[in-house]
Structure formats: structure tokens, C-alpha cells
Design a protein around this ligand. Structure first.
Ligand code: BGC
Length: 711
């Protein structure tokens, strides 16, 4: 450990032994300890467990089918408790539940979620009177995303482009309130990863490649979410995730191995600044990831470096601002983290850990709370392998065995439980009184964020802004009418989905959702304009259109994806997760099965049409939706960048994306640049080709960080 401290001291990002003076949760420790001393062993163990609603329901019926039917039918509460296994909250004295990637309802509305969370809380009060509150967790990755009709904000990559810390804080505040309104008091946000390889399927969850930017955005987002006032969290508990180096894995292989060269201090400096920012904002929880460091799986790591969790919690870190920060909140594992880490441990050590051993190693590594997903399999790459556990009860029993065998000490149990209780004691969420006013505010914020998240990559002969009075015809090329594409992954469902299923009728209005095409039409509604389309179903463009009064607006887009399903394959090493995705049929989301090409191109039909329009003298604007900078310059006539006069990289702008784009295209919003405010400038380098990507821009980028044209 001494060696590690020495290495870290070199970087200015050092571990120190001096405790932070203005910590928040420590002040609730004495109270937490008093509660702890009154608790039974089972109650203490219950604090460490956070099952998903799905796991609870699966204990009652296969795939939770009974629960699914019950919630969708709206059966009486007693029946819902039974069919959804919510009585386990009481029976095992559980301190937390979560909803993970998938929706629970056919209609995942605010009211339905609020009802479920309320019933869960009623079970908790009855079962564990000494526990101040049941934590109800939700990802809220870009807005309160599990709700139909929620306002969806740009993903973090777009928020990074805004460079607007004040705006991000306001978004955090609003999303926190929205989550509270639906009964969730804990958000697993923000991801503070510094994505190092664009092939990583979670690149869009990263604010950018500058550690200092991630540091400051982590602070402001968390200040917004938690909204601490007079030493109480009035908003939602936030989470910085997924601890060290989740974005630094080799080849961008999700949950893979951080192969880094050089001192550990450099690694911390490049990947850990988000945690410094999070501690500055007094984040209450940190989620630890599955990734390993330099291929070492001989210990269970949790977040790259095993020792670092404890260092963080015990000694504290000296931040780049010279101040001292120590984490006095609690660490939560990722979805089935312990069993997944155990799989790699078993492989490396030629052994098979038992469930009590897995739990002991996890808790002794410094993880305080365990997130139990859907019941993990012993081999995560083989969906047919036998499960490690099928119910929360089995895990509670395993922890008890480990404790009774002295594999988990009393001191460690007390530390874990009191950390969790102290955070809970600091929580005093404010109820939302006017939800529609909150949504109106969110639409406003989402529009600003979407506008400032656009990057103008090319603007030949100053094509943009287009002047409405000079246009008589607009030709839309590609999927310009698809909300799913502009929202991306983590929208209602884990993987997101194409189309507008959850954004129709009243939900369309509440979420402010307009597609690119709808945004343009709304912007131009007072002008007499004819609209035409070239897409897979149609080409209704007459040959007689006057090129001088005709604008072509094309769209290229990645398909929605989340986590490892969005990894781009690589020639160097097969991506096991990607293959697993293919087994499940998830590669359908990517649209490019087993792709090693991280780029977007026009289809043949679109390319031919665009070529023809250009020959006729028309100007072409292309908008790109993507979760990362993608190659736009390859493919001859199919290459969007050379074949277009103007190109906007819109990333994943969310429900207000269509309006924001229309504003920018027609000049109601003017692109800024590094020289005037930094909004609308890249936080990741833009590649020419796959070599740029795999060599990490050794020879420079097509567009460097900071690039973005103004107009
Ligand atoms: C992801 C986390 C997420 C959790 C709960 C995991 O698969 O890695 O980012 O918070 O699921 O949905």
C-alpha cells in the first residue's frame, strides 16, 4: 500500500491520511450507530441487499409473469404484493430495491411507477421500523427515462458538448425531482467515466475525454441531483459510477481489462477525476464496476483496483484543487457485480467460490451494498449455465453464513450498515407539488441542452442557416422521422428502441418530443413549403424541382444501443459480450452484425438520390445521430461528409432534438465555437477511419477536441 501511495502522490491526485473536514454523512454516523445497535442480524444484512423488482417477482413466478399480469391489470394491493414478491422486502428487512434496464409495465407511467414504489415502501415500514427509509433506485440516465412521456435530455456526450455547467446543474435538479415524483429516491447517475476508446458501447455516457471537464461536470450534476440544503439531501441520492477505469478498457471492450502502461498515479489522474468532482459535491454513493486492471483477475477487483476502494473510504484523496476529500457515503456493486467478478476470479484461480465466499470477498473488498439483478448465471457468457442465486433470500443466507463463519467481521458489517444508514439519515426528499410545471421546466432545459449539444462539422459556403423565405421544397432523406434514433439507448427500455411507441398523444406533448422532420415542419409552419421523401419505402421527388429553392436534409444514424451491445468489434480480440449479444439477438439493435466498422453511410438508394440532387445543383445538409464520433468520410458516394455541403453531429439529443435542430438549421439558434462560449464544440476527437480509432489518434484527428464551427 505504501508503494501505491507514493505513486499516487506523484500526480497531484494523491491519497492522503488527512480526513476531510466538511463531510456530510459522517455527521449522521453516531445516529446510525445507535440504530445499528438496536438491529437484529437479519435487519443488518437486509441493509446490504438491493434486489431488482424483477428478481423479487421471479421468486414468485417464472419470468415474473404473474407480477407483470398483476401490475398491468391493476389488481388490489394485497394481490400485487403477493404476485410481485414485494413481501420479501418485509421478510428480509430489505433496505433498497431497484429497477434496472427494462420496463415493468405495459404502460410505464408516472402513476404506475409511483404506485409500485409506494407499495414497496409500505412493506418496508412494516418490516424494518429501525430503517429510516427504503431506497428505490432507478437509472435516470438522461431524464427520468423509465417513464413513457418523460422529457429525455441529451446523453452525457451531448451535455459535455454544451460545456454549460450551470445548465447541467439545473438539469440534475429537475431530473431528481422528476424521479422523486415517480417514487424513486436514488439515481444511478452520473457516469463519470473518461471514455478512452470510441469503440466502447458506453462512450455516450461519458462527458468527454478531458478529465478536468468530467471532474467539473460530475460536481455540478450531483449538486443538482442531490440538492443539498442544510445538510439534507432534498433531491435524490446520486451515484458516481462505475469506479476506476470503466472507460479505459482495452479495445473499448465493455467491462473488460484496463491495460495501462505507466504509474498508477497517471491512471488515476486520467480516469479518476470524476470521483474527485463527485466527492466535492458530497455524492452519497459510488457504484463499482466489473473491469480488471492489467489482466489481474486473481483477486476480486471491483472497479479496476481492489485497494483503491478502501483507500478512498479510509484515507481520502487530495484533489487537483489541493483540498482533501474522503468518501463517507457507501459503495454499491453493479448489477450482479459480485457473481460476475467471481466468474473471472474462478477462471484465474482455477477454483469455484461458493456464494458465502463470494459475498465475503465482495464485502471485504469494501462494497457496502449489493445490487442483485435478475439472478446471474455462473458463466455470464453462457446464458444456459446454472444460476448463482435465484432469490434475495439465498443471498441473505449466504451473507449470514459468511458472518457466522467469521469471514465477514463485525467491524466490517457495522461499517457497511452504518454508512448506508448515515446516507439515509441525510435524505429528506422534497415532494413535487406541480408535476406539469416541472415538466414544462424540463422541456425548456432539454431544448437549451439539445441546442448547445450540436456540433457543426462542415458548413461549405455558409449553407447554414437556411433562409425559410428562399425555400419552396424540402426533401428529407433517410429516417428523419424516428424518435427512437434521436433518443438512443436507455430510453424507457435498457436498449432503447426505434420509433415513437412511448411518445404519442399526451406523452408526446409532455415530453416535447418532435422528430427532425416534425421539428422542421413546426419551424416552417407559416411558410408554404412542399415536402418530399427518399427513404426505404419511398422516393416521391419530382424531377421538376428548382434546385435554387430546394433544400435537402438527410439523416444518418446509429441504431439505439446500451452497454456492451454497443461495443464495436475489433480485429485484435473477439468481443465476448458482443457475441453474447448476438446469441440473444441484440445485434439487431446495432444493425451492423459483428461490425468492426464504426461509421455511418447512406444506403445505396439514398446515395444515388443525393448524387442526383447534387448533379442538379441542390445543396445537401446531413445530420448524424450517434453515441460517439463516427467515421463519416468512407464509402464513396455513400460517405456523408464529402457528399454533403453541411454536416451537424447531433449525438443523441433527446426528445427536444427535433426542435433544437430546426432552430439551428434555420438560424434561430446560432452555433457557437471555442472562441465564443465553448458550447457546440467536441469533447472527443473525430476519426477519419478505423486506424485513427484503434491507434487512439496517434496521427491526429479529422476534427480535434474543441472543434466546432460557429455561424
Ligand atoms: C449498468 C449500470 C446500471 C445498472 C442498473 C448495469 O448493467 O452497468 O450502469 O446502473 O445496470 O440498471
Amino acid at each position: 500500500m505504501k508503494k501505491l501511495l507514493g505513486l499516487l502522490a506523484l500526480s497531484g491526485f494523491i491519497i492522503t491520511s488527512q480526513a476531510q473536514t466538511d463531510s456530510l454523512y459522517d455527521r449522521y454516523q453516531a445516529q446510525a450507530l445507535a440504530i445499528y445497535n438496536q438491529m437484529t442480524l437479519d435487519q443488518k444484512i437486509g441493509q446490504l441487499l438491493m434486489p431488482s423488482y424483477v428478481l423479487l417477482a421471479q421468486s414468485v413466478s417464472e419470468n415474473g409473469a404473474l407480477c407483470q399480469a398483476a401490475v398491468n391489470k391493476g389488481v388490489p394491493i394485497a394481490e400485487m404484493i403477493k404476485d410481485c414478491g414485494l413481501d420479501q422486502i418485509k421478510n428480509y428487512h430489505l433496505g433498497a430495491v431497484l429497477t434496472g434496464g427494462g420496463p415493468y409495465y405495459n404502460a410505464p407511467t408516472l402513476q404506475n411507477w409511483a404506485k409500485l414504489n409506494e407499495i414497496a415502501a409500505s412493506q418496508h415500514r412494516f418490516g424494518n421500523p429501525s430503517d429510516p427509509l427504503l431506497l428505490t433506485g432507478n437509472d435516470a440516465i438522461h431524464g427520468n427515462m423509465h417513464l413513457q412521456g418523460a422529457v429525455i435530455f441529451p446523453h452525457n456526450i451531448g451535455l459535455g458538448v454544451t460545456h454549460n455547467l450551470h445548465l447541467i446543474q439545473q438539469i440534475g435538479l429537475a431530473v431528481g425531482q422528476d424521479s422523486l415524483a415517480s417514487g424513486f429516491n436514488w439515481i444511478y447517475m452520473p457516469t463519470v467515466a473518461v471514455a478512452q476508446d470510441l469503440r466502447w458501447g458506453r462512450t455516450y455516457e461519458s462527458f468527454g475525454q478531458d478529465p478536468a471537464l468530467v471532474n467539473s461536470m460530475a460536481t455540478t450534476y450531483i449538486l443538482g441531483f442531490q440538492n443539498i440544503n442544510q445538510n439534507k439531501i432534498r433531491g435524490t441520492l446520486a451515484t458516481a459510477k462505475h469506479f476506476m477505469g470503466d472507460g479505459a478498457t482495452q479495445y473499448g471492450f465493455d467491462e473488460g481489462d484496463d491495460a495501462f502502461v505507466g504509474p498508477l498515479s497517471k491512471f488515476w489522474y486520467e480516469n479518476g477525476q470524476g470521483y474527485e468532482g463527485a466527492l466535492r459535491a458530497k455524492v452519497g454513493s459510488i457504484m463499482v464496476s466489473y473491469s480488471a486492471i492489467n489482466g489481474d483477475n486473481t483477486r476480486m477487483h471491483f472497479g479496476g483496483d481492489w485497494d483503491s476502494i478502501n483507500l478512498f473510504k479510509i484515507s481520502g484523496i487530495k484533489g487537483s484543487d489541493g483540498k482533501n476529500y474522503r468518501f463517507d457515503g457507501f459503495m454499491v456493486s453493479d448489477w450482479n457485480g459480485p457473481t460476475r467478478a467471481a466468474y473471472f476470479y474462478d477462471q484465474a484461480n482455477q477454483t469455484t467460490l461458493t456464494l458465502p465466499e463470494i459475498m465475503a470477498k465482495t464485502i471485504n473488498a469494501g462494497v457496502d451494498m449489493i445490487m442483485l439483478g435478475q439472478g446471474d448465471t455462473t458463466n455470464p457468457f453462457d446464458p444456459n449455465s446454472k444460476p448463482n442465486f435465484t432469490s434475495v433470500g439465498e443471498v441473505a443466507a449466504a451473507i449470514k453464513t459468511a458472518y457466522q463463519n467469521h469471514a465477514i467481521s463485525e467491524a466490517r458489517l457495522q461499517d457497511a450498515v452504518t454508512r448506508i444508514l448515515a446516507v439515509k439519515l441525510a435524505m429528506q426528499p422534497q415532494t413535487v407539488t406541480n408535476y406539469s410545471a416541472l415538466q414544462a421546466k424540463e422541456r425548456q432545459l432539454a431544448l437549451l441542452a439539445a441546442q448547445q449539444s450540436l456540433v457543426l462539422l462542415k458548413n461549405q459556403d455558409r449553407l447554414l442557416p437556411l433562409i425559410p423565405t428562399k425555400i419552396k421544397n424540402i426533401i428529407f432523406v433517410g429516417d428523419t422521422d424516428d424518435l427512437g434514433l434521436q433518443n438512443g439507448g436507455w430510453t424507457v427500455n435498457w436498449q432503447g428502441q426505434r420509433g415513437s411507441e412511448y411518445f404519442t398523444g399526451a406523452d408526446k406533448i409532455s415530453s416535447g418530443a418532435l422528430t427532425l422532420e416534425e421539428g422542421v415542419k413546426a419551424e416552417l409552419k407559416k411558410y408554404p413549403i412542399n415536402y418530399y421523401h427518399v427513404n426505404k419505402d419511398t422516393n416521391d421527388v419530382p424531377v421538376t424541382l428548382d434546385p435554387k429553392t430546394t433544400a435537402v436534409i438527410a439523416l444518418v444514424s446509429e441504431m439505439p444501443y446500451a452497454e456492451f451491445m454497443g461495443d464495436i468489434g475489433n480485429a485484435e480480440q473477439p468481443d465476448l459480450w458482443y457475441d453474447l449479444g448476438a446469441t440473444y439477438g441484440y445485434n439487431l439493435y446495432l444493425g451492423l452484425p459483428q461490425s468492426q466498422f464504426m461509421g455511418l453511410q447512406f444506403t445505396k438508394k439514398e446515395a444515388d438520390a443525393i448524387h442526383d440532387f447534387k448533379l442538379r445543383g441542390m445543396k445537401v445538409l446531413t445530420v448524424a445521430y450517434s453515441g460517439r464520433p463516427v467515421i463519416l468520410s468512407e464509402g464513396g458516394l455513400a460517405a456523408p461528409l464529402p457528399q454533403s455541403d453541411a454536416v451537424i453531429a447531433a449525438f443523441l439529443p433527446g426528445t427536444l432534438g427535433g426542435t433544437a435542430l430546426a432552430d439551428a438549421i434555420f438560424g434561430h439558434y446560432r452555433f457557437r465555437s471555442a472562441a465564443n462560449g465553448k458550447s457546440n464544440t467536441l469533447t472527443f476527437p473525430w476519426p477519419r477511419n478505423m486506424k485513427d480509432v484503434s491507434e487512439h489518434f496517434k496521427n491526429g484527428a479529422l476534427y480535434p477536441v474543441g472543434y466546432g464551427l460557429s455561424n
